[in-house]
Design a protein around this ligand. Structure first.
Ligand code: ANZ
Length: 861
C-alpha cells in the first residue's frame, strides 16, 4: 500500500479494536475517571444523519484524549428505541415494532462502527430490552411509593389521527409535533408524575452546573417560579370568595375589575340572568382556542361581563367581574385582579371595554406609554403611598395576612408531567387495577413484558392497543387472588432516556438500576453532548428522576450531567442566488422592486467571496448566499454513508470538526471534505514512501533540531489547549500548519513524527493507528501517552527587535539568541536595516536607545 487508502486502513483497525476490545471500560477504579456521554440516538428507519457524527466525534475526541492522559474513560452508546415511528410502521405494514427496531439498531450500530468511535460495545443499552425496562418499571414503582405518581382525570391533548394523548410540549399550534395532525382537548384518566414537587430543587440545582447559559434560562423559564400573593375578594351578595394570584400585590388599590378564566368554577354561580347567554357563548368560543392563542399580547382582547361584583378587601370598593380568555384556568388560581395602570394586557382590556384605570406607581415625567411597569414611588394607594414597590409588597402582604384576606404565595408555570400514552410500543406500567383501584406489582414481578400482538391499532374511543390483548389484561391480584385488570397505557418515550446514563455504569447489575460502587465512581457525567432541542424536556425529566433516585439512596450525586454542550446544527450546502433586472445582473442589495426581476440559481464556481459577501465571479455584483436546514423536500440532505464511502471515516470526522466551532450552526461543504482528505494524504506521504510503501528515507532516528522541536511543541501546545477548550477546528488548523512546516524539512526524526501522530489520533484514529504501527510500535496508539509540551522549546532561537526612528517603528531585525543582549551588535544590525537607513539618511543620528530583548529607538535631527 503506497498511497493513502482509507478503505483498507479503516476496516483493518475497526476489526483490530473489536477483536482486542481496545475500548473496553477499565474495571478497576485506580485512576481518575472521565465519563463522556452522547445523547443516545433513536434508531430511525433512515439511518444516521450528518448531525449525529458531529456530537459523537466531539465526545470521541475527548474520550480518546483522556485515555491518553491517563484517565479511565467510560464512553458508551445505546438505543432510545421505544416510540412512535416503529409503531406507526407496524400499523401500516404489520411488521412487529420489535423487528423494525432490531433492524434499525443493527444498521445504526454498523454505521457508528464505521466511523471508528471508541465506544465500549459491551455496555450497549436498549430501552426496549426487558432487562433494561425492568428497571424503568422499578423506578416507576419508586415514584409510586413516594406518592409521586398518581392517576388523574385530565383534559389531555388527544390526537385522533395518531390515536394518542400528547404532552403539551408535543403540541405545536394545536397540531401534533410529529405529523402535524389536529389535536383536541378531552378528559381522560391518565398517569401523572409530580415533577412540581421538585420545582425548587430543579431550579437550585442549575446553579452549579457547567451548562450553556441559554439552556439554564430555558429550564428556569419552563419552571417559571413567581413569588407574589394570593388575595381573597368577596363576591357582593354571595357568601363566596374569589381567590386571585398576583405578583404585584402592591398594586391592589389600582384593581379596577376582576377577571375569571372562562373555565373557572364560579362563573356559572355568579353570572346574572341577563348575562348568562353571552357568557355561555363566550365559554364555548374560548374552549376552541389554544393557551398560546389566548395569551398572545398582540391579540385583540375579548371578554364578557358576568353582571357580578367583587369587593376589594383594602378599600371595600366594588369592581365588576368579567370573564376573559386571556386568563388561563391552569395557572395560579384561574382568576386575577386586573390593574390596567401597571399591566399592559389589563390596560388594553380596560381601554376596549371602557373600564377605570388607576395608576399606583408614579411613572417618570417623560413617560409616554400606557401601562407603566417600571420602578417608582407608590401613589393613589392610601397607606402604601410613597413606598417603593418592594416595600409596598411587604407592607400589603403583612396587612392582608393580619386581616385574613390573603397571604404570600408562590406559583410555578411547571405542571405535573403527563406520563401515559395510548400506545403499544412503550414500557407497560407495573400496575394492576383491583376493584377500580390501582395497585403496584411487586419488584419480583418485574419485568412486566409486553404481550405478543399483531394488531397495533388503537381503538376508536382512545383505549390503547394493549386493551385488545384481553388475556394479558385479565389477571389476578397475586396477593388476594382477586380479579384484576392490567394497566393498558404505556409510558412515554421519555421514560427510558431518563436514566440510561446510569445503566451504562453497570449494564449487567442485577440488584438495582445501577451498582452503587460503579455509580459512586463514574457519576456524574463529565461531558454530555447533544442537540439543543433537548434543552428543556429530556434534560429536565432526567434531572427530576435523578433527584428522586438520590432521595431513594440509589445514586450518590444530586445532578447527573455536570457539563453539557450542544453541537450546532449542520445545514445544507450554501445556495447562491443572483438577480437580473431586465436581463442585466444587479447587486442583491440593490433589488427594490420586482418589475422585470428574475432570479437565477448559481453554482459555487460562479461566485466568489468578497469581504463579508459573495459576488459574481470577477465582479462587484453581490449575490444572495444562504444555507438551509437539510430536508428531503429541499433535496439538500447529505448522507454520511456516501461521504464515508468516498473519503473515509477519518476525513468525515476531521471535516465535521473542522467546519467551525462545535456549538455554531454551520453549512455543509463537500469541497471542504475533499480539503481535509487531501490533508490526510499529505500526512500519509510525510511518513510513507509513495513508491515502495515503506517508511520514507527522510524518516530517521536523528535528534530533532531546535527548529523542529519548536514547530512540534507549538503544535502540541495548541492542540492540547484547543482540545481542552473544545476548539477542535483550530486544533486541526494547528496540525495543518505543522504538516506544512514539516514538509520543508529534509529529515523527519521519528520522535517528532511519533508525537505528531499521537496528536492526530483522537481526530483521525484509523490513519493514526496505521502510521503508529509503521513507525514501529506494537500497541494501539489509543493508550500511548499524550505528548507534553515544553515551554523551553517554544522559545525562539532568535530575538526580535522592532526598530523605531523618532518613536515610529520603521523596521525589525532578528538577532541570534547568543547575541541578543550584545548592545553593539544589535545597534549595528539595526542601523544597517534597509528601511531604517532611509530614515537615518534624512538627518543626523543624535541618540541611540537600546532596551535589551525589547526594542531599539534611534533619534534623528
Ligand atoms: C395583578 C397585577 C398587576 C399583575 C400588575 C401583574 C402586573 P407571572 O409572572 O407569569 O407569574 N395572572 C395570574 N394568574 C393568571 C392566569 N391564570 N392567567 C393569566 N394571567 C394571570 O404573572 C403573574 C401575573 O399574571 C399576576 O399578577 C396576574 O396579574 C397575572 F401591575 O395581578 B398580576
Amino acid at each position: 500500500m503506497s498511497s493513502y487508502n482509507p478503505d483498507k486502513i479503516e476496516s483493518k483497525w475497526q476489526q483490530y479494536w473489536q477483536n482486542n476490545k481496545t475500548f473496553k471500560t477499565p474495571e478497576n477504579h485506580d485512576k481518575p475517571k472521565y465519563y463522556a456521554l452522547d445523547m443516545f440516538p433513536y434508531p430511525s428507519g433512515s439511518g444516521l444523519h450528518v448531525g449525529h457524527p458531529e456530537g459523537y466525534t466531539a465526545t470521541d475526541i475527548l474520550a480518546r484524549y483522556k485515555r491518553m492522559n491517563g484517565f479511565n474513560v467510560l464512553h458508551p452508546i445505546g438505543w432510545d428505541a421505544f416510540g412512535l415511528p416503529a409503531e406507526n410502521y407496524a400499523v401500516k405494514t404489520g411488521t412487529h415494532p420489535r423487528e423494525t427496531t432490531k433492524e434499525n439498531i443493527n444498521r445504526f450500530r454498523e454505521q457508528l462502527q464505521s466511523l471508528g468511535f471508541s465506544y465500549d460495545w459491551d455496555r450497549e443499552v436498549n430501552t426496549t430490552d426487558p432487562d433494561y425496562y425492568k428497571w424503568t418499571q422499578w423506578i416507576f414503582l419508586k415514584l409510586y411509593d413516594k406518592g409521586l405518581a398518581y392517576e388523574d382525570d385530565v383534559p389531555v391533548n388527544w390526537c385522533p389521527e395518531l390515536g394518542t394523548v400528547l404532552a403539551n410540549e408535543e403540541v405545536i399550534d394545536g397540531k401534533s409535533e410529529v405529523g402535524g395532525h389536529p389535536v383536541v382537548k378531552k378528559p381522560m384518566r391518565q398517569w401523572v408524575l409530580k415533577i412540581t414537587e421538585y420545582a425548587d430543587r430543579l431550579l437550585e440545582g442549575l446553579e452549579d452546573l457547567d451548562w450553556p447559559e441559554s439552556t439554564k434560562k430555558m429550564q428556569r423559564d419552563w419552571i417559571g417560579k413567581s413569588i407574589g400573593a394570593d388575595i381573597d375578594f368577596e363576591v357582593a351578595g354571595y357568601d363566596q370568595d374569589v381567590r386571585v394570584f398576583t405578583t404585584r400585590p402592591d398594586t391592589i388599590f389600582g384593581a379596577t375589575y376582576m377577571v375569571l378564566a372562562p373555565e373557572h368554577d364560579l362563573v356559572d354561580t355568579i353570572t346574572t340572568e341577563d348575562q348568562k347567554e353571552a357568557v355561555e357563548e363566550y365559554q364555548e368560543e374560548a374552549a376552541r382556542k389554544s393557551d398560546l392563542e389566548r395569551t398572545e399580547l398582540s391579540d385583540e382582547k375579548s371578554g364578557v361581563f358576568t353582571g357580578a361584583y367583587a369587593i376589594n378587601p383594602v378599600n371595600g370598593k366594588e369592581i365588576p367581574i368579567w370573564v376573559a380568555d386571556y386568563v388561563l384556568a391552569t395557572y395560579g388560581t384561574g382568576a386575577i385582579m386586573a390593574v390596567p395602570g401597571q399591566d399592559e394586557r389589563d390596560w388594553e382590556f380596560a381601554e376596549k371595554f371602557d373600564l377605570d384605570i388607576i395608576r399606583t406607581v408614579q411613572p417618570p415625567e417623560d413617560f409616554e406609554g400606557k401601562a407603566y411597569t417600571g420602578e417608582g414611588q407608590v401613589i393613589n394607594s392610601d397607606f402604601l403611598n410613597e413606598l417603593n414597590i418592594e416595600e409596598a409588597k411587604e407592607t400589603i402582604i403583612d396587612w392582608l395576612e393580619e386581616h385574613d384576606a390573603g397571604k404570600e404565595a408562590v406559583n410555578y408555570k411547571l405542571r405535573d408531567w403527563l406520563f401515559s400514552r395510548q400506545r403499544y410500543w412503550g414500557e407497560p406500567f407495573p400496575i394492576i387495577h383491583v376493584d377500580g383501584e390501582p395497585k403496584p406489582l411487586s419488584e419480583d414481578d418485574l419485568p412486566l413484558t409486553l404481550p405478543e400482538m399483531d394488531d397495533f391499532e388503537p381503538t376508536d374511543d382512545g383505549s390503547p392497543p394493549l386493551a385488545k390483548a384481553t388475556d394479558w389484561v385479565k389477571t389476578t391480584d397475586p396477593e388476594t387472588g382477586k380479579e384484576a385488570r392490567r394497566e393498558t397505557n404505556t409510558m412515554p418515550q421519555w421514560a427510558g432516556s431518563c436514566w440510561y446514563y446510569l445503566r451504562y455504569c453497570s449494564p449487567n447489575f442485577e440488584n438495582g438500576p445501577v451498582d452503587p460502587e460503579e455509580d459512586d465512581y463514574w457519576m456524574p457525567v463529565d461531558m454530555y453532548v447533544g442537540g439543543a432541542e433537548h434543552s428543556v424536556l429530556h434534560l429536565l425529566y432526567a434531572r427530576f428522576w435523578h433527584k428522586v433516585l438520590y432521595d431513594c439512596g440509589v445514586v450518590s450525586t444530586k445532578e447527573p450531567f455536570q457539563r453539557l454542550v450542544h453541537q450546532g446544527m449542520i445545514l445544507g450546502e450554501m445556495e447562491y442566488t443572483g438577480y437580473k433586472k431586465d436581463g442585466e445582473w444587479i447587486s442583491s442589495d440593490k433589488v427594490d422592486d420586482t418589475d422585470g426581476l428574475s432570479r437565477q440559481k448559481l453554482s459555487k464556481d460562479q461566485v466568489e467571496k468578497q469581504d463579508d459577501y459573495f459576488v459574481l465571479q470577477g465582479t462587484d455584483i453581490r449575490v444572495d448566499a444562504k444555507a438551509h436546514k437539510m430536508s428531503k423536500s429541499r433535496g439538500n440532505v447529505v448522507n454520511p454513508d456516501d461521504i464515508i464511502d468516498e473519503y473515509g471515516a477519518d476525513s468525515m470526522r476531521l471535516y465535521e470538526m473542522f467546519m467551525g466551532p462545535l456549538e455554531q450552526v454551520k453549512p455543509w461543504s463537500t469541497d471542504d471534505v475533499d480539503g481535509v482528505y487531501r490533508f490526510l494524504g499529505r500526512v500519509w506521504r510525510l511518513i510513507v514512501d509513495k513508491e515502495s510503501g515503506e517508511l520514507n528515507n527522510s524518516v530517521t532516528e536523528a535528534e530533532p533540531t531546535s527548529e523542529q522541536l519548536k514547530t512540534l511543541h507549538e503544535c502540541i501546545k495548541k492542540v492540547t489547549n484547543d482540545v481542552e477548550g473544545l476548539d477542535f477546528n483550530t486544533a486541526i488548523s494547528a496540525m495543518m500548519i505543522f504538516v506544512n512546516e514539516a514538509n520543508k524539512w529534509e529529515e523527519h526524526p521519528k520522535v517528532v513524527l511519533n508525537d505528531f501522530v499521537k496528536l492526530l489520533s483522537p481526530f483521525a484514529p484509523h490513519i493514526a493507528e496505521e502510521l503508529w504501527q509503521r513507525l514501529g510500535h506494537d500497541d494501539s496508539i489509543a493508550y500511548a501517552d499524550w505528548p507534553e509540551f515544553n515551554e523551553e522549546f517554544l522559545i525562539s532561537d532568535t530575538q526580535l527587535y522592532p526598530i523605531q526612528v523618532n518613536g515610529k517603528v520603521r523596521g525589525e531585525i532578528h538577532v541570534p539568541r547568543d547575541k541578543a543582549t550584545d548592545k553593539e551588535h544589535v545597534l549595528a544590525e539595526a542601523k544597517s536595516e534597509e528601511n531604517v537607513q532611509k530614515y537615518l539618511e534624512k538627518g543626523e543620528l543624535v541618540k541611540e536607545i537600546f532596551v535589551p530583548e525589547r526594542i531599539v529607538n534611534l533619534v534623528v535631527k
